[in-house]
Design a protein around this ligand. Structure first.
Ligand code: HEC
Length: 109
């Protein structure tokens, strides 16, 4: 478990400038609810039953466009997920979709 966290962190905090910025945005604006690892093991995650983004079935059930739309426009199913289109640039939103894809855990054997 700890090992996985360290692995994930080093992945998210990889040295490319873009990845760094995106990881910062994720950390500052998203991780309080979704968790740094996307598993939503947070207070808000528990309260709102936020989905675990690291699950392969979560990843598979959503297209990049689906994910992008929720980040830009908010989640129609839950008003706690606010629209970010006025707070983030389209490029930042695209980059967050990319980051969310990296949260995918390896499929269960
Ligand atoms: C105040 C808490 C909160 C913050 C901050 C937050 N979210 Fe959410 N988010 C939610 C909730 C609640 C949902 C709806 C529950 C769910 O879909 O699992 C949600 C849903 C989503 C979904 C759709 C999940 C699905 O099942 O399709 C995506 C994608 C998402 N958030 C990404 C982000 C990103 C990226 C950020 C930062 C820019 C962010 N969220 C910030 C609470 C939050």
């Amino acid at each position: 478990m700890m090992k996985q966290c360290v692995l994930l962190l080093s992945l998210v905090l990889s040295p490319s400038a873009l990845a760094e910025t995106t990881a910062d945005v994720w950390k500052a604006k998203c991780a309080s609810c979704h968790g740094i690892d996307g598993k939503a093991q947070t207070k808000m995650g528990q309260k709102e039953s936020i989905g675990d983004m690291s699950r392969p079935d979560w990843q598979q059930a959503r297209t990049d466009a689906d994910i992008r739309k929720v980040i830009a426009d908010g989640d129609p199913r839950n008003s706690k997920m606010k629209p970010f289109k006025d707070k983030l640039t389209p490029a930042q939103i695209d980059a967050l979709v990319g980051l969310i894809r990296t949260l995918k855990a390896p499929s269960a054997p």
